[in-house]
Design a protein around this ligand. Structure first.
Ligand SMILES: Nc1ncnc2c1ncn2[C@@H]1O[C@H](COP(=O)(O)OP(=O)(O)OP(=O)(O)O)[C@@H](O)[C@H]1O
Length: 359
């Protein structure tokens, strides 16, 4: 049994001192169908801060079950001010319908008068971003592993007509074994054909999104090309101090490849960073299968990868399930206050609460 990952058994009475924790399948079964309130949780460290959210590790207060989870806390007033109501609703909606080994599990969604809460499994190995910045750049086989798990998640999402739209190393978390877990579905959308909203992170935006031409699944394949490049080079392919400069470079489409680049990796990236989305790898008839078949992935056992049976290249040095040392430090916050919103504004959050029925 792994250190810090004790499986549940039937005995413990000592709630406060218990270190018992559940594997995700059992955690999902335990959280299934429950109604939640913010006061149910004991607040631990903050592990992330977004534009209008705070992500905190939490534990249930009065329960035998002490598995750490995270609560993504959003202030309604900020969500409204930044015109993110529809995105937040879509995030919850999409996260509650997806289930995949390389995607973070949503365990519940609820609200109080001033805040929205999403309860998620806690992925304690930190962001791929932090690992990449520490290492500088990654060797081919590491990149093959991470991008392979991500592309399997994309294949799954696209089969449900979900476009993720926010791939970047900050949103790819590593679990305790070192497998990928995609988080932040704030820009994800169900798209049958095309959609037009400009969203994502400048360095990762596809040309058709910048040009407001209408976009679809192709933006994810473009972003995978950017991520592959960034992991192998240590910096993104299109870079400038300001977003406008980045957009110009993306539209110009010229990519400089460092000398050390593997020729097959370069070929794959060029096919993903194809300006014309009708010719871009992943956007053709065979979809994800074309990407999987690219010669850079030759020898990859995709079935083994999907079952999380391939050995990750790096195992995060976490000491316990609630270890937060792989994340940046954030100042303490009591989460006591949030601005009020009007009764009319409250209505827009009516369908937010979800008890996950799942499997
Ligand atoms: N399930 C999780 N387990 C561990 N850490 C998480 C989890 N979900 C999110 N985080 C951390 O919190 C950060 C912010 O979360 P998230 O990206 O979902 O928030 P956001 O408000 O959408 O952020 P942004 O404004 O940057 O898009 C993540 O980058 C990650 O470091």
């Amino acid at each position: 049994m792994r250190k810090g990952y004790l499986l549940k058994d039937d005995d413990p009475q000592d709630v406060a001192n218990s270190t018992k924790s559940l594997p995700i399948s059992q955690l999902k079964a335990w959280t299934k169908g429950r109604a939640w309130a913010f006061t149910d949780f004991e607040l631990k460290d903050t592990v992330g801060k977004g534009t209008f959210s705070r992500v905190r590790v939490v534990k249930m207060k009065s329960s035998q079950e002490r598995t750490p989870m995270v609560l993504k806390i959003l202030r309604k007033a900020d969500v409204i001010r930044l015109k993110q109501v529809e995105h937040v609703k879509a995030e919850k909606q999409i996260m509650s319908m997806v289930e995949h080994p390389f995607i973070v599990n949503l365990l519940g969604a609820f609200q109080d008068e001033r805040r929205l809460f999403m309860l998620l499994e806690y992925v304690n190995g930190g962001e791929l971003f932090s690992y990449l910045r520490r290492e500088g750049r990654l060797p081919n086989d590491h990149v093959r592993f991470y991008s392979g798990e991500i592309l399997l998640a994309f294949g799954y999402l696209h089969s449900l007509h979900v476009v993720y739209r926010d791939l970047k190393p900050e949103n790819a978390l590593l679990d305790f074994e070192g497998h990928i877990k995609l988080t932040d579905f704030g820009f994800a959308k169900v798209v049958e054909e095309r959609t037009w909203t400009l969203c994502g992170t400048p360095e990762y935006l596809a040309p058709e999104m910048i040009q407001s031409k209408g976009h679809g699944k192709g933006v994810d394949w473009w972003a995978l090309g950017v991520l592959l490049y960034e992991m192998l080079a240590g910096y993104p392919p299109f870079y400038d101090e300001n977003p406008y400069g980045i957009y110009q470079k993306v539209l110009k489409g010229h990519v400089d490849f460092p000398r050390h680049f593997d020729v097959k990796a370069k070929d794959l990236i060029q096919r993903l960073l194809q300006q014309d989305r009708t010719k871009r790898l992943g956007c053709l008839k065979a979809g994800v299968e074309d990407v999987k078949k690219h010669k850079w992935y030759k020898g990859m056992d995709w079935d083994l990868l999907l079952t999380r049976s391939a050995t990750p290249p790096f195992r995060p040095p976490v000491q316990s399930e609630d270890d937060t040392s792989m994340f940046d430090r954030y100042p303490e916050s009591t989460e006591a206050s949030a601005p009020a919103v009007s009764t009319k504004e409250q209505e827009s959050f009516q369908e937010f609460d979800t008890t996950i029925l799942g499997t």
